[in-house]
Design a protein around this ligand. Structure first.
Ligand SMILES: [Zn+2]
Length: 164
């Protein structure tokens, strides 16, 4: 098990656009293990490759420790095919540990991507899990929740204590 260091804002790598993968080789499989191990070792429910310094389009999501969801999902080259509804949720980010913010996102998303075995998958997600997919896919385009705050004075909150 290898839990890697999570980059913190304002690390410039968090603002980069990540590259699509063209093949899944042993190096990628090992990287995915590290990505999942790092997520599991943290208090987060999702992690994107750039957060551990690798500019590739890979995300890991598992909200089930705290919310209903489909368990561990690892997606390569994920893209959102459709959005439905709207929902405002208090979001945090392992790369921005001192703040949370109210962010409005779609309530339902359909996400397409490739799983670690190389199979094309399409997933429909709702509720908190759908928000996490949108948050993690944003990381692949160098977008942080800070970039999506409607009104910094109203919607941004400094964490008072370390919430685990
Ligand atoms: Zn994040």
């Amino acid at each position: 098990m290898t839990a890697l260091n999570i980059l913190k804002y304002p690390d410039p790598l968090l603002k980069e656009r990540c590259e699509e993968l063209t093949e899944i080789d042993g190096r990628i499989t090992a990287f995915i293990r590290d990505l999942v191990d790092t997520m599991r070792a943290s208090p987060g429910v999702g992690l994107a490759a750039p957060q551990i310094g690798t500019l590739l389009r890979i995300i890991a999501v598992d909200v089930t420790p705290r919310h209903p969801g489909m368990g561990l999902v690892v997606l390569i080259n994920p893209r959102i095919q459709s959005y439905g509804g709207g929902k405002t949720v208090r979001e945090g980010c392992l790369s921005i540990p001192d703040y949370t913010a109210n962010i409005t996102r779609a309530a339902t998303v359909t996400v397409k991507g490739v799983d670690p075995e190389g199979t094309e998958v399409e997933l429909c997600s709702t509720g908190f899990e759908a928000v996490v997919f949108q948050h993690e896919i944003d990381h692949l385009d160098g977008v942080l929740f800070l970039d999506r705050i409607a009104n910094v004075k109203i919607d941004l909150f400094r964490r008072k204590i370390k919430e685990l």
